[in-house]
Design a protein around this ligand. Structure first.
Ligand code: BES
Ligand code: MN
Ligand code: ZN
Length: 505
């Protein structure tokens, strides 16, 4: 997938479809004229409302230069990041569904859009770049294509868009180029994260996840260290080892370390839950929907994508990614409900439920992050609780933090990146619920407030760190089939964290 910026106007680009973005205001004033100019009945405009991401595909009768398909593309009010991201996402999604290889987008009005948005064309072009790559993403790598032969129509047609042209960029050419390049970095890193989430456990073990981190390190030019079972045992990571006990696959513990060339403004540790498959263990999950638990390493995928993007963007912040990884399986040697384990911190945990495994591996990772790096900020991301999905659905992640400024920054980054977070409490009242009669803590907090008791559990392992946030991404990390959006991994968190880091740069 490639995005090319050109000064050529839309109609002179050789493309399968040309998108004409329109704001809701322009719709009324200009649409009839535009359609007439293209030789299209102006009655067609009735099928188009111009809201952000609304699309109407039209076919020109007059031949000659230019694409034969025209897409009217709604920008809505054209005043928010979401308006532009949605529009770009929608046209890329539509063109991919239509198996169109080359898409041109008329950006000659980017100067005006920039005024509506109150951001410069570079920033706006970044939004378009991110949106286009997000919308064109498809997970096809495990389709052999062997059964598609009879479908002559599909043979040789692209599965997704190969090239986008941003046309009519004469006036702001270089700032658009710059913006698109940085938007594409984020888009590509996020799509890499989505691939990791979509790969099932038989294609992505803990060792494969570590290898993906190494690959990101090669691409971004940063250090990656991987600890194997021996080293994990030496370090006393009792949480990670306990979860791994029932598995045939060894655990891994991976550290990604991006250090900027010049002076670093902050050191940020990002911790990501890397459960490559969560069967629940001995407290086994019901069969229905269990396949979706291949996505239980979405936090880890997000961390890899974010460190990669931060490195490629050259942000002036040291970003350390920390990934404890294993599957959670009910093998003969699996940990059992009632077991009491000793975590790396020395804190003992009564395992009330083996399906509350995420907090056990994160406990060790948080201890390691604080002890080894004492970073300015620690943020963990995890598909941690079904309770968080009950509370917030798929549209937002749960946010927990002991630092109001960090929480505010994350909230703002959520609004501007479109990956929204909503704060929930860490009040002491909830401590009662995770007490155990036989150990320092229980890993289950009972039926109510499950997202909060999970966060309270993690809080015990930050060892008094003053600026920590936990983001429960169980809802937005993965979309089951349907709903018009691309199903599967969303890469949630990459845009959120890159936005946050950029704000600190
Ligand atoms: N990975 C799950 C949480 C989850 C549920 C993620 C749905 C995405 C969608 C986690 O390991 C889990 O099983 N949590 C339990 C905790 C409970 C046993 C205390 C849960 O939420 O039911
Ligand atoms: Mn679980
Ligand atoms: Zn889990």
């Amino acid at each position: 997938m490639k995005i090319t910026v050109t000064a050529k106007e839309g109609m002179s680009v050789k493309a399968d479809i040309l998108a004409l973005p329109l704001t809701a205001k322009e719709l009324k004033k200009e649409l009839p004229g535009v359609l007439q100019g293209l030789g299209i009945d102006k009655g067609a405009s009735g099928d188009f409302n111009g809201s952000a991401g609304d699309i109407l595909v039209l076919y020109r009768t007059s031949s000659g230069k230019g694409a034969s398909r025209i897409a009217l593309l709604g920008l809505g009010d054209a005043t928010t990041n979401d308006d532009y991201r949605k529009a770009a996402n929608a046209i890329a999604h539509k063109a991919s569904d239509m198996h169109l290889g080359v898409v041109a987008i008329d950006c000659s009005k980017i100067g005006e859009w920039s005024k509506h948005l109150r951001r410069n064309p570079e920033y706006l072009a970044g939004l378009l770049g991110e949106g286009l790559l997000h919308g064109a993403y498809r997970f096809h790598r495990l389709k052999s294509g062997k059964l598609d032969k009879e479908k002559k129509k599909e043979a040789g047609t692209p599965t997704t868009v190969n090239e986008f042209f941003l046309a009519g960029c004469g006036e702001h050419y270089s700032s658009i180029e710059k913006g698109v390049a940085s938007g594409a970095i984020v888009g590509i890193s996020q799509n890499m994260s989505r691939d990791l989430v979509n790969l099932p456990c038989n294609h992505l073990s803990a060792e494969d996840l570590a290898e993906a981190a190494r690959e990101a390190g090669r691409k971004g030019g940063f250090d990656v260290k991987v600890f194997d079972r021996k080293k994990i045992t030496e370090l006393g990571m009792g949480g990670l080892l306990a979860v791994n006990q029932g598995s045939k696959e060894p655990p891994t513990f991976t550290i990604l370390d991006y250090q900027p060339k010049g002076k670093s403004k902050k050191t940020v540790a990002l911790v990501g839950k890397g459960v490559t498959f969560d069967s629940g263990g001995i407290s086994i999950k019901p069969a229905q929907g269990m396949d979706e638990m291949k996505s239980d390493m979405s936090g880890a995928a997000c961390v890899i994508g974010t460190v990669e993007a931060a490195a490629l963007l050259g942000l002036p912040i040291r970003v350390i990614g920390i990934i404890p990884a294993t599957d959670n399986m009910p093998g003969g040697s699996a940990m059992k409900p009632g077991d009491i384990i000793t975590t790396m911190s020395g804190i003992t945990v009564d395992v009330g439920n083996t399906d509350a495994e995420g907090r056990l591996i994160l406990a060790d990772a948080l201890t390691y992050a604080k002890r080894e790096y004492d970073p300015d900020v620690i943020i963990d991301l995890a598909t941690l609780t079904g309770a968080c999905v009950v509370a917030l659905g798929y549209a937002a992640a749960g946010l927990f933090s002991n630092d109001d400024d960090l929480a505010d920054d994350l909230y703002r980054a959520g609004q501007s990146s479109g990956e929204k977070v909503w704060r929930m409490p860490l009040w002491n009242e909830y401590d009662e619920l995770i007490k155990s009669d036989v150990a320092d803590l229980s890993n289950t907090g009972g039926r109510w407030g499950g997202a909060i008791t999970a966060a309270k559990f993690l809080e015990k392992f930050i060892d008094g760190h003053k600026s920590w946030a936990h983001v429960d991404i169980a809802g937005p990390a993965f979309l089951a089939k349907g709903g018009g959006k691309t199903p599967g991994g969303t890469g949630f968190g990459v845009r959120l964290l890159v936005d946050l880091l950029k704000g600190w740069a």
